[in-house]
Design a protein around this ligand. Structure first.
Ligand code: BEZ
Ligand code: FE
Length: 285
């Protein structure tokens, strides 16, 4: 085309999609072009701002490697990950809600028996987490898997520590009563990585980078939909301002404080500990 103007350019670019065979690709690209052009028109973007945007996205790309995904962090902090999650995991009432997976999930965590200590010496306050895996009618599911991972009591995942350490992870299988349980440490709130362009963006937006304390969990069972979720610690100061918008009221769990004495695994603790009970409710596939 010749003589592109403010008025005809969007339609001209959209027309270039006519040769794309895949209908869904045409739909997604068409919408992206329309919204991108709409954004530029609405803001009357200056050339300097356009270049700053290009430089920002370039810096986001440069920060990525096989351990760090700055684009996902950008998506998380702009609420895009949770919006995609919400659209793709609409659940019936009573089902455990989904939330962001986060970058610290490692598949193939070790299988551990009921009440195993997943902390494996990591620093923090002892905690017991237990409950059941149920269907939405409240019937226990036998042979369900619960994959859990979390920070230590200093707010670090094992992957953020030097060396090849592994802690605060494990996979559990429910018995006929649908029960699971493990010993761990109480998670604490922690900042998402701020040493890259997304950290600078948060600062410029006047936002803090913290996530409220949580235990990550993926619950699955044959014949049921997988749920990737968190157990958030009730009372955490960041529950209403999670940097990645992941908190759902139904996922906030009381971590009750106990003096030294009998523990939920039937043993005794010589030091104070806390305990949290949470039932997962899975939807049939
Ligand atoms: C996490 O909970 O592990 C997490 C989620 C999103 C961004 C960074 C960390
Ligand atoms: Fe996390």
């Amino acid at each position: 085309m010749r003589n592109a103007t403010e008025d005809n350019l969007t339609e001209a670019v959209l027309a270039k999609l006519n040769g794309a065979g895949d209908a869904r690709f045409r739909q997604v690209m068409g919408s992206l072009i329309r919204h991108l052009h709409g954004f530029i028109r609405e803001t009357e973007l200056t050339e300097k701002e356009w270049l700053a945007g290009i430089q920002f996205l370039t810096a986001v790309g440069h920060k990525c490697d096989d351990k760090r995904q700055e684009f996902i962090l950008l998506s998380d902090t702009l609420g895009v990950s949770m919006l995609v999650d919400a659209i793709n995991h609409r659940k019936p009432r009573g089902a455990t809600e989904n939330t962001v997976l986060g970058p610290f999930y490692v598949s193939g965590a070790k299988d551990k028996p009921m009440w195993a200590d997943i902390a494996e010496g990591a620093p923090g306050e002892p905690a017991y987490v237990w409950g059941r895996v149920l269907d939405v009618e409240g019937r226990p599911i036998e042979g369900a898997f619960i994959d859990v991972w979390q920070t230590d009591g200093e707010g670090f995942y094992d992957a953020q520590r030097p060396g090849d350490v592994q802690y605060a992870r494990g996979r559990f299988t429910t018995g006929a009563d649908g029960r699971y349980g493990f010993k761990t440490i109480k998670p604490v709130s922690y900042p998402v990585p701020t040493d890259g362009p997304v950290g600078k963006m948060l600062l410029r937006m006047g936002r803090h980078p913290y996530r409220p304390a949580h235990v990550h969990a993926i619950a699955t069972a044959p014949g049921y939909e997988r749920v990737a979720t968190h157990l958030f610690v009730a009372g955490d100061e960041y529950l209403d301002s999670d940097a990645v918008f992941g908190v759902k009221h139904s996922l906030v769990v009381e971590f009750k404080d106990h003096a030294a004495g009998p523990t939920p695994d039937g043993k005794r603790s010589g030091e104070p500990f806390c305990s949290a009970e949470f039932d997962f409710r899975l939807v049939q596939a």
